[in-house]
Write a protein that binds this ligand. Structure first.
Ligand code: ZN
Length: 331
């Protein structure tokens, strides 16, 4: 049954990407705005006695159509086989293993950070966003086959979100639109976020619905890339996720790691922190809360815990290591 929806998704995403990708702005955002206007119009009309029942009926019909389309275009993909079941190692993640990996990624981050571009304040800037996007699309077709057998369409459907000013206050970095198969990202974010967020949204586009699996596929897309902007953003995301996981049990380790950031990385971190502080407010609380609810209603862990991504990461790294040592013995 689920494989039917997986095949259906392959066709649907291709058709939708062909229809919507060439439009220079996010068409999905426009659909959401129109939907909002229609709903508001009918809600106002329910206050008048004469038009009440027809307006209520219209609201129900609109909601039903969108809910039905959402389920067949997207919702069913939450029932796919979890990636963890495809890995030959399925150990529980431990803080000890996470620490070893965190130190490795800290070193990688420091090295890559030396090679990327900066603005006049010494903050990381993306050299060429288009080439980051092209690289993400080409890496999609190089994913290990045992993890992803999905068709990479190579259609560029990344769109800056129309709601970027609202998004600054919400903590939402990007989102996938299941009705148009577009990947929206917030173009005002600190540049450290943008390449990895794009890789994450492109993993949804490819057909991975669960949040932490989109992170993991985004990680696979970016981690070995020759595009330095994409690789730095991915290594930095991986490092932050590992530290977030470790901090629950060992704050001292995390403090030490942060101290060991290179001077360039410290500037990037300060800039990110400043961005978050500047945009904190009630919207953040509100959306942080609703976002958690939304994730939970889709049978996932809330956004607070990073453990399923860490789970995938540690087991994948272990599988890679055994493969390497096996090859070392053979040759
Ligand atoms: Zn996502």
């Amino acid at each position: 049954m689920i494989s039917f929806f997986e095949s259906f998704f392959e066709i649907q995403k291709k058709v939708h990407q062909i229809i919507f990708s060439w439009i220079p702005f996010s068409f999905g955002d426009v659909i959401y705005i129109l939907l909002g206007i229609f709903l508001l119009y009918f809600i106002i009309k329910t206050f008048k006695k004469r038009s009440r029942s027809t307006s209520l009926l219209s609201i129900l019909i609109i909601i039903n159509i969108f809910y039905f389309a959402y389920q067949i275009f997207w919702g069913m993909l939450y029932f796919q086989t979890p990636i963890i079941k495809k890995l030959s190692s399925q150990d529980e993640p431990t803080v000890e293993k996470a620490k070893i990996l965190a130190l490795q990624y800290l070193e990688k981050c420091k090295e890559t950070r030396k090679l990327v571009h900066e603005d006049k304040n010494g903050i990381f800037v993306i050299k060429d966003l288009k080439s980051v996007q092209q690289e993400i699309l080409s890496q999609q077709s190089k994913l290990p086959k045992y993890i992803s057998d999905k068709n990479a369409t190579h259609i560029n459907s990344f769109k800056p979100s129309i709601f970027k000013n609202v998004m600054n206050f919400t903590g939402i970095l990007g989102y996938y639109n299941p009705f148009t198969a577009e990947s929206q990202y917030n173009s005002q974010l600190p540049n450290t976020y943008v390449p990895f967020t794009s890789a994450h949204e492109s993993s949804h586009q490819l057909g991975f619905a669960r949040e932490q699996e989109a992170n993991f596929v985004g990680y696979l897309i970016g981690i070995n890339s020759k595009n330095l902007d994409l690789r730095y953003s991915t290594e930095y995301f991986t490092l932050k996720s590992l530290l977030n996981f470790i901090v629950e049990e060992d704050q001292e380790f995390v403090k030490k790691a942060l101290k060991n950031y290179s001077i360039e990385m410290k500037r990037d971190r300060a800039y990110e922190k400043n961005f978050v502080l500047k945009h904190q407010g009630w919207l953040d609380d509100f959306f942080g809360f609703t976002n958690n609810l939304f994730l939970k209603s889709n049978q996932q862990e809330g956004s607070v815990t990073y453990s399923y991504f860490i789970d995938l990461l540690l087991n994948y790294e272990k599988v890679q290591k055994t493969k390497e040592s096996y090859q070392a013995i053979r040759f």
